[in-house]
Design a protein around this ligand. Structure first.
Ligand code: F0G
Length: 460
C-alpha cells in the first residue's frame, strides 16, 4: 500500500455551518462584555471554537438518518434497545443506564459511594467528577505518574496512575474508606494523555485483591485504544474495539459522557457489573433522570449514540483523529510554543506558565493566553490551571494548580486542515508580543466549578 504524507479527513462535507469572521476591535469589545471569561462569549463571536471537544462533534449521515428512527416511547423504546446493545457489546457489562450526560451519571454513582470520610483515587479526576465527589463530603485524590507533571518528558502513557502511590493509599485508607478507584481514559485534566493496558491491569489486580470498586471514566476510550495499539507491545494486531473491550473487562463499571467518543451532541450512561449496586442506582436514576429506558435522553439521541459508538472505532477515523491533533501539536512545538508532549488524543495543551513566564500563577497566565488567543484570532480555548483548580487554603494562602495549561480541544469531524493552519498562524502572533501580555485577577467567583462563571479583570 502506498503511504501518503497527507492524511485527509476521511469524510466529505454535506452540510455547512457558516463562521462569522470578526475583527480584533470587535473581539476586544466582546471579551470585555464577557468579563474576560470565554464561557460568557456568544458562539457567533468565535471563529474557531476549541473550548471543548464535548458535544461539539459533527454527526455522520447515518447518525442524522437515525434521528428519524428515534422511538420516543416512554418505556421500552427500540432506540434504547439499540443503545443498550451497542454499549453491551463494547463493555460486556450487564447493567446499563442512560443519563442526559456524563456528570448526571457521576452524581448518581458517586452520590451512592461518597459521603464524609470517604476517599476516591484517580489518575486525575475531571473537574465535574471531583465536584460530584466533593459535594458529598468525600475527598478526591489525584495520583498521576510523576512524568505527567513534566511538560517535556516523553512517556508513551503519561496518563497512567502511579501504582506505588495507589498501594500506599490503599494501605492507608483500606476498603471501608475508599469509595472507588477511578481511571480516566484518556486523562483529560492531565494533557489528554493515554493510559496503558498494563497500568489498567495493575490497578485491576490491586482493586480485586482489596475488594475495591474499579470504575473507568471512559469518555475517550476509543482514542485511548488508538494509542495502545500503536504504542504498547502486544496490541499491534488487536482491533481498537477489542482493545477497548479488554480494558472494560478489567473494571467493575464505567461512566461515559457520550458527548466525546460516542460522537454525539448530548448523552451519557453508566454501566455496572454488580446487581446490588445497580439496583440502588436504578432508583435514583428514575427519581432524577427519567425512566430506565431513556434516562434524560430522547429516543433520537439514543439512536445516534448507538451508531456513534460503532463509528468511533473505525480505523480510518481514529487514524485521522489522532493524526490531526498531532499535526497541530507538532507544528506548535516546532515553532517554539511550549506544548505538553507527547501530544494527546483530543487536544493540544499549551504550557502558559512557560510561555508567559513573567506572569505568576496567582495572576493566571493560562487565562491571559486564552484571552490573547481570542483577541488575536477569535480562537476560544479553555484554561486548565489555577482558574480551574487553584484555591485558597485555610489561612487564605493561594494554592496554585500543578500546571498552568491552556487546552485547545478539537471537536470531532468539524474543522479541516485549513482551520488548523489558521490556528498555527495565530500562534505566530502570540509569540511576537508574549513579553507584553499582562495577567488577570478574579473579581467574582462561586465556590464550585468557578471557571464557568468567574469574572476577571485585566491587571495593569
Ligand atoms: N469525565 C471526563 C474525563 C470529562 O472530560 C468530562 C467532560 C466528564 C467526565 C463529564 O461529562 O460533560 O457529559 O457531563 N468533559 C468536558 C470537557 C466538559 O470539556 O472536557 P459531561
Amino acid at each position: 500500500m502506498v503511504e501518503f504524507k497527507t492524511i485527509i479527513e476521511p469524510f466529505k462535507i454535506k452540510v455547512i455551518e457558516p463562521i462569522r469572521i470578526t475583527t480584533e476591535e470587535e473581539r476586544k469589545q466582546y471579551l470585555k462584555e464577557a468579563n474576560y471569561n470565554l464561557f460568557s462569549l456568544k458562539s457567533d463571536q468565535v471563529i474557531i471554537d476549541f473550548l471543548t471537544d464535548s458535544g461539539t462533534s459533527a454527526m455522520s449521515d447515518n447518525q442524522w438518518a437515525g434521528l428519524m428512527l428515534g422511538d420516543e416511547s416512554y418505556a421500552g423504546s427500540k432506540s434504547w434497545d439499540r443503545m443498550r446493545e451497542s454499549i453491551h457489546s463494547l463493555t460486556g457489562y450487564p447493567y446499563i443506564f442512560p443519563t442526559h450526560q456524563g456528570r448526571a451519571a457521576e452524581r448518581i454513582v458517586y452520590g451512592k459511594l461518597g459521603g464524609p470520610g470517604k476517599v476516591f483515587i484517580s489518575n486525575t479526576h475531571f473537574d465535574t467528577t471531583r465536584a460530584n465527589i466533593e459535594v458529598t463530603g468525600a475527598e478526591a485524590i489525584d495520583i498521576p505518574i510523576a512524568e505527567a507533571k513534566e511538560r517535556n518528558v516523553l512517556h508513551p502513557f503519561k496518563g497512567n496512575m502511579n501504582i506505588e502511590k495507589l498501594e500506599t493509599l490503599v494501605a492507608q485508607y483500606g476498603k471501608e474508606k475508599i469509595g472507588a478507584v477511578i481511571l480516566t481514559v484518556t486523562n483529560n485534566s492531565s494533557g489528554g494523555q493515554p493510559v496503558s493496558m498494563e497500568n489498567a491491569i495493575q490497578i485491576s489486580n490491586i482493586c480485586r485483591d482489596h475488594e475495591l470498586l474499579f470504575i473507568l471514566d471512559c469518555c475517550r476510550i476509543a482514542e485511548n485504544a488508538y494509542f495502545i495499539k500503536h504504542r504498547e507491545e502486544g496490541f499491534e494486531n488487536t482491533s481498537y474495539f477489542d482493545i477497548a473491550r479488554k480494558m472494560f473487562a478489567l473494571a467493575d463499571g464505567c461512566i461515559m459522557s457520550a458527548k466525546k467518543d460516542a460522537i454525539v451532541n448530548m448523552g451519557g450512561f453508566f454501566a455496572l457489573k454488580d446487581k446490588d449496586f445497580a439496583d440502588k442506582c436504578r432508583e435514583t436514576l428514575i427519581i432524577t433522570e427519567g425512566y430506565i429506558t431513556y434516562g434524560g435522553l430522547s429516543g433520537r439521541d439514543m439512536e445516534t449514540i448507538a451508531t456513534g459508538l460503532q463509528e468511533v472505532f473505525d480505523p480510518d477515523y481514529l487514524h485521522y483523529r489522532i493524526s490531526s491533533t498531532g499535526y497541530l501539536g507538532k507544528k506548535l512545538h516546532e515553532m517554539g510554543v511550549p506544548v505538553m508532549l507527547p501530544i494527546g488524543g483530543h487536544a493540544v495543551y499549551v504550557d502558559a506558565k512557560e510561555l508567559y513566564s513573567h506572569i505568576p500563577p496567582e495572576s493566571y497566565p493560562g487565562q491571559a493566553l486564552a484571552c490573547e488567543l481570542y483577541i488575536k484570532g477569535g480562537i476560544r480555548s479553555c484554561e486548565i490551571g489555577s482558574v480551574m483548580s487553584g484555591h485558597e487554603d485555610v489561612d487564605g494562602k493561594f494554592i496554585c494548580a500543578p500546571m498552568e495549561l491552556v487546552r485547545l480541544a478539537i471537536p470531532r469531524r468539524v474543522y479541516t486542515q485549513s482551520h488548523i493552519e489558521y490556528v498555527i498562524e495565530v500562534f505566530e502572533k502570540i509569540l511576537e508580543d508574549k513579553e507584553k501580555i499582562k495577567g488577570y485577577k478574579i473579581i467574582e467567583a462561586p465556590h464550585f466549578l468557578r471557571h464557568f462563571t468567574a469574572k476577571f479583570q485585566q491587571l495593569v
